[in-house]
Ligand binder design. Structure first.
Ligand code: HGY
Ligand code: MN
Ligand code: MN
Length: 410
């Protein structure tokens, strides 16, 4: 029995309705009304597929299929279900749907694995609400402390703990999973770039994931009247910020061809048309396949920022995230290629320019990722699209790989 394309399409369709911006892409912030809508759907489907459902101390959803040896380390399949603002219907969601469909295939084929299969839907991978990103997977490996639940807050000053309680989730439940309780983690994700489509290959088996650094920069100037303040008496925070930002593209090019630097978010305070900006906050996202290039670019960004500290302008920055480049497990990669070949599905090796939960979980367990093509290489926008046929192919590969891994119990 192979993946059921209409069931997959229905999951994608139903989850795409869980958005705060209907008609303008998917906006699903962690613990929001839309998160709860999607969460309820995912939990209902997990129960339908005979999974025992629980939510951990950050709100990650797990669905566990009972096994002959229920205490053996689990094979975990899944991804994240939060989104960027006005994102697409496939980023993260498609990987959760793949997990659900693998569970449905176990049920349809009356399979009781020797070691457990767990399906996972993780929160806050994008960092859209609480900043930084990859929070759900970082929590699973033990990187999120009780204090973080109180100190990490969204732009309205609501802490993770308060937001969880508001969403009827329990922050007192354990968050960390010991690595020895996980046999392997498998994640399907859309490529979010043009390579597979250009090569006309339906499956990319991920070799490595780019290193990423995210900074939050604060420029403090002096607010003032736009009309009465002479130009030589201003400490304009937005002029300083824009001087930094316009230098970032050449700074990336100088560092190396794989290095990319992006400012994606910027807030101006007090944000009045007739007020000289007193303060500006913006992000700087630095990525490269080589750790030395990420660190080199960081140093250049820091000196570019400090160079703006003149005439009453003060600068500060906070490192929100740093994850070095990660290579994924060669034995899992080999298994995924083998299963693709056996199923007659063309595949190629690919490196990821996007960050993924897999890069965090690869610190504690053997981890593998497969990509499927993104139409026109687009992602993080409403136009994001991937073919159900390619999602179904990835299900069949992960289903076969999971069956092998759950039977390899010592
Ligand atoms: O930013 C990323 O690469 C991922 O989409 N969170
Ligand atoms: Mn994303
Ligand atoms: Mn993603």
């Amino acid at each position: 029995m192979l993946a059921n394309e209409s069931r997959i399409a229905a999951h994608i369709q139903e989850l795409s309705k869980c958005t705060a911006t209907t008609g303008e892409g998917v906006t699903r912030l962690t613990y929001s009304k839309e998160d709860i809508q999607a969460r309820d759907y995912i939990k209902a489907k997990m129960k339908e597929y005979n999974l025992q459902v629980y939510e951990d101390g950050l709100g990650n959803i797990f669905g566990k299929l009972a096994a002959k040896n229920n205490d053996a380390p689990s094979v975990i399949i899944g991804s994240h279900f939060d989104s960027v603002p006005h994102g697409g219907a496939y980023d993260g969601t498609a990987g959760v749907v793949v997990g659900l469909e693998v569970a449905a295939l176990y049920q349809e084929n009356n399979l009781k694995p020797t070691a457990p299969l767990e399906i996972i839907a993780m929160v806050e991978e994008e960092g859209t609400r609480f900043g930084g990103g990859l929070l759900g997977s970082r929590s699973i490996v033990g990187d999120v402390s009780d204090e973080d639940l109180s100190t990490i807050k969204d732009k309205d000053g609501i802490s993770i703990r308060a937001a969880m309680e508001e969403a009827q989730l329990n922050p007192r439940v354990p968050r960390k999973r010991e690595g020895n309780t996980i046999r392997a983690f498998l994640e399907m994700h859309i490529e979010q770039g043009p390579i597979l489509e250009e090569k006309n290959i339906p499956i990319g088996v991920v070799q490595s994931i780019i290193g990423l650094m995210q900074l939050k920069v604060t420029i403090q100037g002096q607010a003032g009247h736009a009309g009465t303040t002479p130009m030589n008496k201003r400490a304009d925070a937005l002029v300083a910020a824009s001087s930094i930002i316009r230098q970032l593209p050449s700074l990336a090019e100088e560092t190396g061809e794989e290095t990319v630097v992006t400012t994606g978010s910027l807030q101006v305070y007090p944000n009045g048309a007739n007020v000289i900006p007193g303060k500006v906050e913006f992000t700087v996202d630095i990525r490269s396949g080589e750790e030395k290039d990420v660190l080199h670019a960081l140093e250049k960004v820091k000196s570019t920022i400090h160079a703006q500290e003149v005439a009453g302008v003060k600068v500060a920055f906070e490192q929100k995230t740093y994850i070095p480049p990660k290579s994924l497990d060669p034995s899992i990669r080999k298994l995924l290629v083998q299963k693709s070949d056996t199923l007659g599905i063309p595949s190629c090796s690919i490196n990821s320019g996007a960050g993924h939960d897999a890069m965090i979980l690869s610190d504690v367990t053997e981890t593998g990722m497969v990509f499927i093509p993104s139409k026109d290489g687009l992602s993080h926008c409403p136009e994001e699209f991937s073919d159900i046929k390619d999602i179904a192919s990835s299900v069949n590969i992960l289903y076969e790989a999971s069956k092998t891994l759950t039977e390899e119990v010592e």
